[in-house]
Write a protein that binds this ligand. Structure first.
Ligand code: DNO
Length: 409
């Protein structure tokens, strides 16, 4: 696979010069300063592409070309927004970029409750706790019907009994305003802005904004959301065919419904649905092993075998699910995702497939640097080293040449 790295543009503290030294071949990025829904112009795309190329790398993948909420819930202006999307696709293709990662998650791009959960070795990782999430839902957002839903809650994919409401009350007894503020920051602020999500770090009333966003989806069922995804994909496929664009949807993270919102890219059944609903090779998947492995229902290796031929982009990361269903991000050599087997599957399928190491632990100096949540430098570099080792070993096994970049050979 092509070794790529998610880079957040010129403002990223992690520079292209640093990435050149650690074996990165391709860059995954976006025009983060263009508001969602606006057309990405050729000039802006070219300027960033040339900057990346001046460091000896290429712009391999766009992550993300965001799909506006209105396209997701089927608002009055969706056709206009889809036209803009098509224009951006044409412009990207004219500049030689042909792989587009996007998501179809309503409101919240991804969710964690703790961004600095300690590992036994003193590093930290991202963490998802059901009871903290339920507390946020019931007591901070105050969503109608939340309490009833949590009363009937079953941990997805596991047969463990859990009285979430009792856990939420226990949390409430020891909650402080600071801890409450932190929960808001973790769930809807710090994880969102930098990925072109709906809420930015400087929004003054994030919870209010969030409630308004949730309201847009009143009455939108899973079936309706699926229809809206089918509508969007059918509309853009002719442009994708005409200019050789590969669309690859990112799975929902975490892969289960949250806050009463439907989620439609969570499991093998879901993936099978959207691939068949618009059965075109340009309609494909970002195989995010981390997001998929956070769902106990998912056998990630089986899914990779099944969907490899429609996978256009790979995210390598792995999750550990605790007995009560909470999950955290595991070592890239451990957890549920079996990255060694995944590398074998994808290297056999297509050695040119772009792959990036996803989320790394925060280790050593990382914590003082203020990196985006999940996107540390040393932790990700450590994972990148592990993945390069896996790739070199698997490639030798398979008789595929492994590319070492930056050294005399
Ligand atoms: C989080 C990322 C997501 C992803 C988008 C793709 O770390 O994996 O924000 O980039 O969902 O559209």
């Amino acid at each position: 696979m092509e070794k790529t790295w998610r880079w957040f543009g010129r403002k990223d503290r992690i520079t292209l010069e640093m990435l050149r030294q650690i074996g990165v071949e391709g860059i995954v990025t976006a025009l983060h300063d263009v508001p969602n829904g606006e057309i990405w112009t050729r000039e802006k795309i070219r300027e960033l592409r040339e900057y990346i190329e001046s460091y000896g790398m290429r712009w391999s993948v766009v992550e993300s070309l965001p799909v506006c909420e209105s396209i997701k819930y089927g608002g009055a202006d969706r056709d206009m927004l889809i036209e803009n999307y098509k224009e951006s696709l044409r412009n990207l293709s004219a500049e030689g970029i042909h792989t587009i990662c996007y998501n179809f998650m309503p409101v919240l791009d991804w969710a964690r409750t703790d961004l600095e959960h300690p590992n036994p070795n003193g590093t930290t990782n991202l963490y998802f706790s059901y009871s903290e999430f339920a507390y946020f839902d019931i007591y901070i957002v105050g969503r109608k019907g939340a309490r009833e839903e949590w009363a009937a809650f079953k941990v997805p994919g596991l047969s463990v009994e859990r009285d979430i409401l009792a856990e939420v009350e226990a949390l409430k007894a020891r909650m402080t305003p600071e801890a409450e503020h932190k929960l808001v920051e973790n769930i809807i602020v710090k994880t969102q802005g930098f990925v072109s999500g709906n809420i930015r770090e400087d929004d003054e009333h994030p919870v209010e904004l969030f409630r308004n966003l949730l309201a847009l989806y009143d009455g939108i069922t899973k079936e309706q959301l699926r229809e809206n995804m089918r509508y969007f994909l059918s509309a853009i496929m002719p442009v994708c065919e005409e200019c050789g664009m590969n669309m690859c949807v990112h799975p929902d993270d975490p892969p289960f419904p949250v806050l009463g919102l439907p989620r439609i890219v969570t499991s093998a059944e879901d993936i099978d649905w959207f691939l068949k609903a618009v059965d075109n090779p340009h309609n494909g998947l970002t195989f995010c092993a981390g997001s998929l492995s956070a769902g106990a229902q998912n056998n990630v290796v089986d899914m990779a075998r099944r969907f490899a031929s429609r996978t256009h982009f790979v995210h390598l990361r792995s999750c550990h699910i605790f007995e009560n269903g909470d999950f955290t991000e595991a070592s890239h050599l451990g957890g549920r995702a079996d990255l060694i087997e995944l590398v074998r599957i994808f290297e056999k399928e297509n050695p040119a497939l772009p792959m990036r190491v996803d989320h790394g632990m925060t280790m050593l100096d990382d914590s003082s640097k203020g990196y985006n949540a999940g996107y540390s430098f040393l932790g990700r570099m450590f994972a990148m080293g592990q993945v390069q080792g896996i790739m070199a070993t698997v490639d030798r096994e398979l008789g595929i040449p492994y590319r070492i970049t930056g050294f005399y050979e």
